[in-house]
Design a binder for this molecule. Structure first.
Ligand SMILES: Cc1cc2nc3c(=O)[nH]c(=O)nc-3n(C[C@H](O)[C@H](O)[C@H](O)COP(=O)(O)OP(=O)(O)OC[C@H]3O[C@@H](n4cnc5c(N)ncnc54)[C@H](O)[C@@H]3O)c2cc1C
Length: 366
């Protein structure tokens, strides 16, 4: 019997596997496809503390410290580029809400975000259209390469002895002899403890262990443009619209927006929605009208697990002492990957964690 079986080799499963291996556990990971095939390899790569829901802030700040040392952790720099995040406010209401948000953060002891003026933004990003009235600014965030990062965690975990069964789907899980019996078409795995990192499919496992959770699938979309001269260095967004905009080091512009693609009927793949992409692109032109006509060379989408309250499940299971969940990251789980692995490892090995995770308990949905 192995110590721990993890279901899913996205960023959360691979990071958890690495942390558990470092803690000396015997770990098996089962993945239906391959590491990073789903959201963890397809996302926008945003490494963002800015604009987090209050319960996520301590985790995002702790994870950021890991990102700053990512090469020491996984032997790969993961393409991590440190840069500012700027989110512009277009109305007085948005600016007032931004001030309140930043003031609340400062009261709680977090000073990574500030409200800045239009002139301050123009000093940082001189080519932006000044059609806004202020912004939230978070220096020192950044972006990374998602597939490379997930693979770096995978490879590092494997090098420390973790066994990965790839291309195998977990059908059922049953309690047996004080542990868990995990069934794929190819094999049965027996483990003392079970960790559910199955992303948008987390509920398939959660409901089998008596803790159904209302995760629904959405398909966030991305576009990338042809290379162009460097015109921005921060990651940009809006307070009142959904956009993430960044220029990669090779000059291409990566665009993520609020309009979603379509999840297919089997729930395993998604398709882009051209009208939605057009709407996402229009938002970009509000900041940089001169980008009109820049060719989009590729677009894609990924299946992401969304929770009703927009924050993930990171918790021990309520019904079963030896089951743990980390899924439903609601379109912002990539940045949290490094800390989630450590948290899950602490929960599995010590039964508790140093990090504040009460808000992420699966019991909030029971
Ligand atoms: C287009 C897009 C843009 C995004 N942008 C950002 C961003 O900029 N910053 C950010 O922080 N986050 C972003 N996200 C969100 C982020 O990618 C996810 O929150 C994160 O990757 C979730 O990781 P995960 O390991 O929980 O899930 P996944 O990456 O989905 O991994 C779950 C794995 O479990 C496997 N699995 C499921 N069920 C089974 C089973 N029964 N048996 C075996 N294997 C199974 C799946 O095959 C999958 O590989 C974005 C997401 C998308 C789609």
């Amino acid at each position: 019997m192995t110590d721990v079986c993890i279901i899913g080799a996205g960023i959360q499963g691979c990071s958890t596997a690495l942390a558990l291996a470092k803690a000396g556990a015997d770990v098996v990971v089962i993945e239906r496809e391959y590491p990073g095939k789903q959201s963890s390899g397809l996302n926008a790569g945003g490494v963002r503390r800015m604009g987090r829901d209050a319960p996520e802030v301590p985790l995002a700040v702790a994870s950021h410290e890991r990102w700053l040392n990512i090469e020491q952790i996984v032997d790969d720099d993961c393409g991590f580029v440190v840069c500012a995040n700027i989110s512009v406010a277009e109305t007085e209401d948005e600016l007032a809400a931004a001030r309140q948000h930043v003031s609340d953060l400062h009261t709680r002891g977090y000073d990574h975000e500030q409200v800045i003026s239009v002139d301050d933004v123009l000093e940082l990003e001189p080519r932006i259209a000044p059609d806004f009235i202020g912004a939230i600014y978070c220096p020192g965030d950044g972006f990374a390469s998602p597939f490379r990062t997930t693979h770096a965690y995978f490879k590092k975990a494997r090098s420390l002895g973790v066994t990965f069964h790839l291309g195998e789907e977990v059908g059922s899980v049953h309690p047996k002899q004080g542990g868990w019996f995990i069934k794929t078409e190819q094999r049965d795995v027996q483990a003392k403890k079970l960790v559910n990192c199955a992303g948008a499919w987390g509920n398939h496992i959660a409901e089998q262990v008596g803790a159904p959770a209302p995760v629904r699938k959405e398909a966030p979309m991305m576009m990338i443009t042809a290379r162009t001269e460097t015109f921005m260095t921060s990651v940009l967004g809006f307070e009142g619209r959904r956009l993430s905009l960044k220029q990669r080091t090779n000059g291409s512009v990566l665009i993520g927006g609020g309009y979603r693609g379509l999840v297919n009927s089997a729930g395993l793949r998604s398709n882009i929605d051209i009208d939605g992409l057009r709407q996402n692109a229009k938002v970009v032109l509000r900041l940089y009208p001169f980008l009109e006509g820049l060719p989009i060379i590729r677009a894609w989408s990924g299946v992401e697990g969304m929770m009703p309250d927009g924050i993930p499940i990171i918790s021990r299971c309520c019904e079963n002492e030896n089951v743990y969940h980390a899924f439903g990251f609601s379109s912002h789980g990539f940045q949290l990957g490094p800390i989630v692995g450590e948290i899950m490892s602490e929960l599995v090995t010590d039964g508790t964690t140093r990090h504040p995770i009460e808000a992420f308990d699966i019991r909030r949905f029971l």
